[in-house]
Design a protein around this ligand. Structure first.
Ligand SMILES: [Zn+2]
Length: 371
């Protein structure tokens, strides 16, 4: 059994992953949306029998509020809920410097990053980035990618993002945010809901009459995302039971392309991917034609309710429909004014794709692979 649920996480991500057998289910949680989304995550945890409230791995992909906010609540709440973690993966301030490893007492951080650092340390720093001995989760500049030992139950993960370049770029941003917020280095504890940086302006008014013009939208020039926090995203390839899923967080397309090209077997034609959690909520700056062309993937997972940034962008979806060919399925975890134009049956027939929407407004959406 291998299943991924995109919980209704408003404009963020909260990925609930289960794998294993009916007798023994293992769980991974990737991001927890904003703080407002935390009750959704909490409900899922509470629904588990108390002795099953163990998460093999909690990944907090990067410091943006729509990924980290609910994780702060979770770490504040995990004792009360009786939830334990095998490992917690998160690149804190200490990891932005090459060779930086977890120090238990001398961590400078800012805003949520700092607050999260303190919470991770408070629940026991021993499981923080344990897979890399407390060091940074960073893609090596050359040679093989970081492929981790199997998690309990047999899940295999390989790191696809970030590289050291993205961590270097984040450092001054993190420091500036710290100064701006008037935080004393090392003493910041406030879970402030301010954004560290937001390079991206909300999408333009994409008023369209009738069906979107896929060819025209897909042909619009690709302008890459430059947000430093997004670039620092931990992105992963998850492999279980012969299935491969890309969990792209808000990572940069060129970084993902480079890493995918370094996977074993990538030289032999297009890399087969069973599902791809689209980067940055299907923003036009994160889904390039080159990325789509590099892989053979029919299932594209989109996590956003369109709030704040009006995601998904029409160009990103058009590039997927055009680039990944007949049989493409778009899995949306909300039905909104920003994605329901893709439900048009004439459009789907013309371009041979399908859409899936949640059963109800707060049902989220999941994909489960047959054994
Ligand atoms: Zn995001």
């Amino acid at each position: 059994m291998f299943r991924i649920d995109l919980l209704p996480a408003e404009f963020g991500d909260a990925l609930w992953i289960e794998y294993g057998s009916a007798g023994k289910v293992h769980r991974i949680l990737v991001d927890c949306g904003t703080s407002a989304v935390y009750p959704v995550v909490r409900q899922r945890l509470q629904a588990l029998p108390t002795k099953e409230r163990h998460i093999e791995l909690l990944v907090i992909s990067h410091i943006d509020i729509d990924h980290i906010g609910g994780a702060l609540d979770l770490l504040n709440d995990c004792k009360a809920l009786g939830v334990s973690f095998g490992e917690i993966w998160f690149n804190g301030y200490i990891h932005l410097t090459p060779g930086g490893t977890v120090e238990h007492d001398d961590t400078l951080g800012a805003l949520q990053g700092e607050a999260l650092t303190e919470l991770i340390v408070a629940q026991g720093a021993g499981n923080w980035n344990k897979a890399v001995k407390g060091g940074a989760l960073v893609v090596p500049d050359s040679g093989p990618l970081l492929a981790f030992p199997e998690l309990p139950g047999g899940m295999r993960l390989t790191l696809l993002s970030p590289t050291q370049v993205q961590l270097d770029r984040l450092k001054p941003t993190w420091e500036a945010a710290c100064r701006k917020a008037g935080l004393v280095p090392g003493k910041a504890t406030l879970a402030d809901e301010k954004r560290l940086e937001e390079d991206e302006a909300p999408g333009e008014e994409d008023d369209i009459l009738g069906d979107p013009d896929v060819a025209q939208l897909a042909a619009k020039p690709f302008r890459p995302d430059r947000s430093r926090p997004n670039g620092s995203s931990i992105a992963l390839l998850a492999e279980y039971d012969g299935r491969r899923v890309v969990l792209a967080a808000d990572a940069f397309a060129p970084v993902l392309i480079d890493s995918l090209s370094r996977l074993p077997g990538s030289g032999r034609g297009k890399l087969k991917i069973d599902a791809f959690k689209m980067s940055h909520h299907a923003s036009r700056g994160n889904i390039s034609p080159e990325l789509i062309a590099a892989i053979d993937c029919k299932n594209w997972l989109i996590s956003t309710n369109g709030k704040v940034f009006r995601h998904p962008d029409l160009e990103a979806i058009a590039r997927i429909i055009k680039g990944s060919g007949p049989g493409t399925v778009l899995h949306f975890n909300y039905r909104t004014e920003f994605n329901e134009m893709w439900a048009a049956s004439g459009l789907q027939r013309k371009h041979a794709f399908k859409t899936r929407y949640p059963a109800g407004p707060n049902a989220g959406i999941g994909i489960e692979f047959e054994a």
